[in-house]
Design a protein around this ligand. Structure first.
Ligand SMILES: [Zn+2]
Length: 80
């Protein structure tokens, strides 16, 4: 199904990109500090969107390539 994708803002430069063209990355945010509540740590993950140029700049494409290679090694993409 291909519909019209709502545009999203690039997290780095604020540019509007269609969602299917934006590069997504799962970002982990540490909410706790070492000062509060001893060893309790809070993590939350947020999806961030980057435009193509920012993704290139941050090397996210390389990461995706590595992930794809790892997945291929596991045999998930057997159609290739
Ligand atoms: Zn950008």
């Amino acid at each position: 199904m291909r519909g019209r994708e709502p545009p999203v803002h690039c997290d780095n430069c604020g540019r509007m990109v269609p969602r299917n063209k934006a590069v997504t990355e799962e970002k982990r945010i540490n909410l706790g500090t070492e000062a509060n509540e001893g060893n309790i740590r809070f993590f939350t993950s947020r999806k961030v969107y980057y435009c193509i140029s920012c993704a290139k700049h941050r090397g996210i494409f390389e990461k995706k390539k590595q992930q794809a290679q790892r997945a291929a090694a596991r045999g998930l993409y057997s159609k290739y």
